[in-house]
Design a binder for this molecule. Structure first.
Ligand code: 2M8
Length: 455
């Protein structure tokens, strides 16, 4: 992008204002709905990315986003994947269907789902702290106070993931549902989901299909039946982790989730220093970091040049080529060989080197994978917030040029298609919700990073 020759009509010119405006419209006080109609509640990892963008507007409001989510934390330490807005209807499964009151660990209020999502929160909290450093003494003092408040919550959250979700001590987090990965209908889950036998499923109506122009962009009805059956099984064991481990038909070690936990533990380690945490805490976090990195190293597949999930029930790695395979890049501290292998996959025709891509941005599923579908949700479209995570990881890895190409291509994509949830990778068509909060949030961060010379 040659910024010196931009015409005045360039949609990038007012992108920051439009992104801020979208976040204001989706703001319901101390939290932001993920999208106006399709997702009218607070989603866990959406909130973390939203906080990263909000930090560029107002660090206090950004911290509040995380605090509102943490107020719904379960007694086990779990941060729920959805916090329900009692004022909103039109999303299914709703709070009643989740029935979380069966668990003695669920908060009485607000109502939540029974699952969790990748732990981007400590990364967001540290980001707020960093941005506050340039925003004056009062902002720094407020940010310090929010970290004091958030730190025990985040520590309990990471402890839950390192224990209840990793009883094997493998360093890898077990998920109970594709929704926990955040990459719902990715081919990553096809094998494990095919083995799920749907039992006596109470009837339901899908609302998601009413909010998208084309139902084929969303998961299929068969997939939805299985999603809802897994919810019934978890409800049946009162969302108890030890029981779920015994009976649940879907148990998968998710490498992207696990890599995000490693990066989040690095952030938490730094937060521990800011809040003056005990040495014991820091030793604990350090142990989680080691274990997480070793776990990811064990899941490396040299043939595909990617890191692979592991299906605990089938006792087998999941051999698909998706963006999750770049997990070691997200976890950071790559050795030279692993870095070279990953970047070779990144540049190859399986990902950014594919000749048909509209922009050099990673498709959620490789066009070379048999499960690839260019318009279907997590089976091919490119997702801006995921591209932000990869950009951030590339910056952290010292891959400045690749990071900058990714950032510029992403801003071109958003200038052309707006703040859509996801984009068709070959045509660049915006798909899903067209006013997705986390898309606007990452745009704000990309633009601010450029203005501050951070990238
Ligand atoms: C999508 O997931 C929800 C279920 O949690 C859905 O399809 O209804 C995913 O893209 C997920 O990653 C995201 O957090 C959520 C809200 O944006 O939507």
């Amino acid at each position: 992008m040659d910024t010196t020759n931009r015409s005045t009509a360039d949609p990038r010119d007012d992108m920051a204002a439009r992104a801020a405006d979208l976040l204001r419209r989706n703001d319901l006080g101390g939290w932001t709905k993920a999208a106006p109609a399709l997702y009218p509640h607070q989603w866990s990892w959406d909130s973390a990315f939203i906080a990263i963008g909000l930090a560029r507007l107002d660090t206090r409001r950004a911290a509040r986003e995380l605090q509102t989510l943490c107020a719904a934390q379960w007694a086990t330490g779990k941060l729920p994947h959805i916090v329900f807005n009692p004022e909103a209807s039109g999303y299914f499964p709703d709070a009643a269907r989740w029935g979380c009151a069966v668990s003695p660990h669920a908060p009485q209020a607000p109502e939540t789902s029974g699952l969790c999502q990748p732990p981007v929160h400590a990364i967001a909290a540290r980001h707020i702290w960093e941005v506050a450093q340039g925003a004056g003494e009062e902002a720094v003092a407020d940010a310090r106070a929010s970290l004091q408040d958030l730190y025990p919550r985040l520590l309990a959250w990471h402890r839950y993931l390192a224990t209840a979700r990793d009883p094997e001590g493998s360093g890898l987090v077990t998920i109970y549902h594709p929704w926990e990965s955040g990459t719902d209908n990715s081919p990553r889950w096809d094998g494990a989901m095919a083995a799920v036998v749907v039992g006596d499923l109470p009837p339901y109506t899908r609302f998601d299909l009413q909010h998208v122009a084309d139902a084929s962009q969303r998961p299929t009805n068969e997939e939805y039946d299985r999603y809802l059956w897994l919810v019934e099984v978890l409800k049946g064991v009162r969302y108890d982790d030890a029981e779920a481990y015994k009976v649940h038909p879907f148990l998968v070690k998710d490498v992207l989730f696990s890599a995000i936990l490693v990066a989040a533990n690095e952030a938490l380690f730094e937060i521990a220093a800011v809040v003056g945490a005990l040495d014991d805490d820091r030793a604990l976090i350090d142990g989680w970091l080691d274990r997480g990195r070793r776990g990811l190293a064990d899941r490396w597949d040299p043939d595909l040049g990617l890191c692979l999930d592991y299906d605990v029930r089938a006792a087998a790695p999941v051999r698909v080529q998706t963006v999750a395979g770049f997990a070691p890049l997200v976890a950071g501290h790559l050795d030279a060989d692993r870095r070279a292998d990953l970047l070779a996959t990144w540049d190859s025709a399986a990902f950014l080197g594919h000749p048909r891509l509209r922009w050099p941005l990673p498709p959620s599923t490789s066009p070379e994978d048999p499960g690839f579908r260019p318009r279907s949700y997590w089976r091919g479209p490119t997702w801006p917030f995921m591209n932000w995570l990869l950009w951030w990881s590339l910056v952290g890895a010292g891959e400045g040029e690749r990071a900058e190409r990714l950032r510029r291509a992403s801003l071109d994509q958003l200038a052309s298609g707006g703040f859509a949830e996801y984009f068709e990778p070959f045509t660049g068509e915006p798909l899903g919700s067209l006013e997705q909060s986390w898309t606007a949030a990452v745009a704000l961060d990309w633009l601010a990073a450029d203005a501050n010379g951070e990238s």
